[in-house]
Design a protein around this ligand. Structure first.
Ligand code: G6P
Length: 610
């Protein structure tokens, strides 16, 4: 989904750009490039592959000048290559552009520019922007960018510099994130906070359609009509240390271990006098009593959190919950069905996922009030939702989420309990017990993490697998979707989640001698059923790793090859503990296979294109 960074100030620009790109590599990492001014010329250096390739290519080049832009790419138009990497320039090479997003009408614009005699060198949509800015340029870069974006359809965060005005960056945004870091005698632009945290925590959050003109000592922001916009700075509440590995080998394992704290912080931010206080989402008892259903919409792991939330909310609040993948929801034909009596929830760790933003807007356009669960304050979703519940997971850097997911689940438990309480589906005693159990989770998570060697050992035996199955029933099935995804995205092993009872309707044909089947069964009423499913796959040669709670262990010993357990807790909360061994399993399997754990191939953390 690409990361962009730009700097204007007094520092040597290359270390700033390369440092910033390093922090944004989670957004894309198939090529990278920088543009800067040196000896009165625009230098553009780009390299296919990881940022280290660009560093190598740059060698000991010193920019000398103090303005530049950089980009790390996740290819959309054109294969990853030196030529397709950003920045892109006009033919004279005196205007350079970095872009995150997709210019949907680029073919039309390209043909038009070609008809004017302009020669293109790359296959990207972005190159049209560089040529258009040049075409529109009449001595003022800001005006040229403003005229250019009027012609663009699609999404963009842009950073543009020109040799003709070498003291300024012009930035623009529509449907792709962009922040402006406010420094002292220096200013920055970036796709996301980590890239600028080292320099400043104060930012302006650009809104759609806005354009900013940034010099070392001034930032001017304009709306779509060219009027000056006054903005209040926003202060980032993350620390630069959160963007460092701090002694861990990977961000992934660091973040897995941060879950007890993240869960504690997310919970304690809402606990008042032994009760969950959700005043931040500001829904009245009257409104909750009136709703007839809940819609949850999200992507990836956030979607999995939504499915888990469905089981929790339906269980305790006795209200139907439907969960949709955002890219499906938004294109439901002829349009998504939404009732005014439904509560609409979107979930997104980054708060910038394009499909989830579109679903949110679709729901609002139909008159729904949207509650967002997101980890990033100041993100688009956080700003556009009617009410926002911020998870307190802290900065998450590894592309595959861990603490982002568990804190999203926790928020759904809290929402479920509040709805149940308001609708009279939970007695005071049940509510108090529920809250007490939630408070136990962080410490119990630590106990699960203390047994990580057991998982590491399992991974050391199975990392050669090509195919694995994750099965469960009910809420355990929901959890296994995430467990299986972790293995798939981290280690590239094909893994399938199946509702345990559904396995015999097809996928059981794939079970061969020694096929690994992970079976999760933490819910007492479903244990016997899952054991029957374990027997079915065992009879076909599967190697079964069962996971349950300590108190149910014995029941699995006869039929499973290995039994793993999590500490005892009320059944409803057990999946929150059970997810950790699966995260660890995905992690260690990937490490044994030598995969790039923090940046799995083809994936990006923040998916800002649809
Ligand atoms: C990408 C990430 C996933 C994430 C999903 C949704 O696919 O790799 O880890 O779950 O996007 O992201 P969001 O920021 O909306 O939760």
């Amino acid at each position: 989904m690409c990361g962009i960074v730009g700097y204007v100030g007094k520092k040597d620009v290359l270390p700033v750009l390369l440092g910033g790109l390093g922090k944004l590599e989670y957004r894309g990492y198939d090529s990278a490039g920088v543009a800067f001014v040196k000896d009165g010329q625009m230098k553009v250096i780009k390299a296919k592959g990881r940022l280290s390739n660009l560093r190598e290519k740059l060698g000991d080049v010193v920019a000398e000048d103090t303005i530049g832009i950089g980009h790390t790419r996740w290819a959309t138009h054109g294969e990853p290559s030196d030529i397709n990497a950003h920045p892109h320039t006009n033919t004279a090479g005196d205007i350079a552009v970095v872009h995150n997003g997709i210019i949907e009408n680029f073919s039309k614009l390209k043909n038009w520019l070609i008809s004017k005699g302009i020669h293109f060198v790359s296959e990207t949509d972005t190159e049209v922007v560089a040529h258009l800015v040049n075409y529109m340029y009449e001595g003022d870069l800001k005006s040229a960018v403003m005229k250019t974006i009027k012609m663009l359809e699609g999404s963009y965060a842009l950073g543009v510099i020109t040799l003709k005005e070498p003291d300024r960056i012009v930035a623009a945004r529509k449907d792709s994130p962009l922040v402006i870091g406010i420094g002292k005698d220096e200013n920055l632009i970036a796709s996301d906070f980590p890239a600028i945290l080292e320099y400043t925590k104060d930012v302006y959050l650009l809104d759609d359609g806005e354009v900013a003109e940034i010099t070392a000592d001034n930032i001017e922001i304009y709306d779509v009509l060219g009027n000056r916009v006054h903005k209040e700075p926003f202060t980032i509440d993350w620390d630069v240390s959160q963007a460092e590995k701090g002694g861990w080998e990977h961000f992934m394992i660091k973040e897995i271990h941060e879950q007890p704290v993240a869960m504690h912080d997310t919970l304690m931010a809402r606990m008042r006098d032994g009760k969950i206080d959700l005043s931040e989402i500001n829904v009245t008892e009257e409104y909750i009593n009136d709703i007839e259903g809940i819609h949850i919409v999200a992507c990836g792991s956030a979607y999995h959190a939504g499915i888990l939330g469905k089981y929790v909310i339906e269980n305790i609040a006795r209200i139907p919950v439907s969960v949709d993948v955002a890219s499906e929801f938004r294109y439901r034909m002829p349009s998504p069905l939404l009732s005014k009596k439904d509560l609409f929830i979107v979930i997104s760790q980054s708060g910038e996922t394009a499909d989830t933003i579109a679903a949110l807007r679709e729901a609002q356009s139909k008159g729904a009030k949207v509650i967002a669960i997101t980890n990033v304050k100041g993100s688009t979703i956080s700003r556009e939702a009617d009410f926002t519940m911020h998870t307190q997971a802290g900065l998450e850097i590894a592309v595959a989420t861990s603490k982002g997911y568990t804190t999203q689940c926790l928020c759904l438990y809290m929402i479920g309990a509040e709805i149940a309480r308001m609708r009279g589906e939970m007695s005071q005693e049940e509510y108090d017990r529920f809250v007490k159990d939630l408070q136990k989770i962080p410490d119990l998570m630590k106990m699960v993490l203390d047994k990580k060697e057991e998982i590491q050992h399992l991974a050391s035996m199975r990392f050669g697998d090509v195919n694995e199955f994750f099965i469960g029933r009910g809420i355990d099935y929901a959890l296994m979707m995430e467990g299986s995804l972790k293995l798939k995205e981290l280690s590239y092993i094909h893994s399938e989640t199946y509702a345990a009872g559904e396995l015999k309707h097809g996928p059981i044909a794939l079970i061969e001698d020694n096929t690994l089947v992970m079976a999760l069964a933490t819910q007492k009423p479903l244990i016997e059923k899952v054991i029957s499913n374990i027997k079915e796959v065992k009879a076909r040669g599967a190697y079964v790793v069962a996971m349950t709670q300590d108190r149910y262990r014995e029941q699995f010993e006869k039929d499973s090859d290995l039994v793993l357990t999590v500490p005892d807790i009320d059944d409803l909360f057990a999946p929150l503990l059970a997810v950790l061994p699966y995260q660890l399993y995905g992690y260690y399997t990937a490490v044994f296979k030598g995969c790039d754990v923090d940046k799995p191939r083809n994936l990006a953390k923040s998916v800002t294109v649809e």
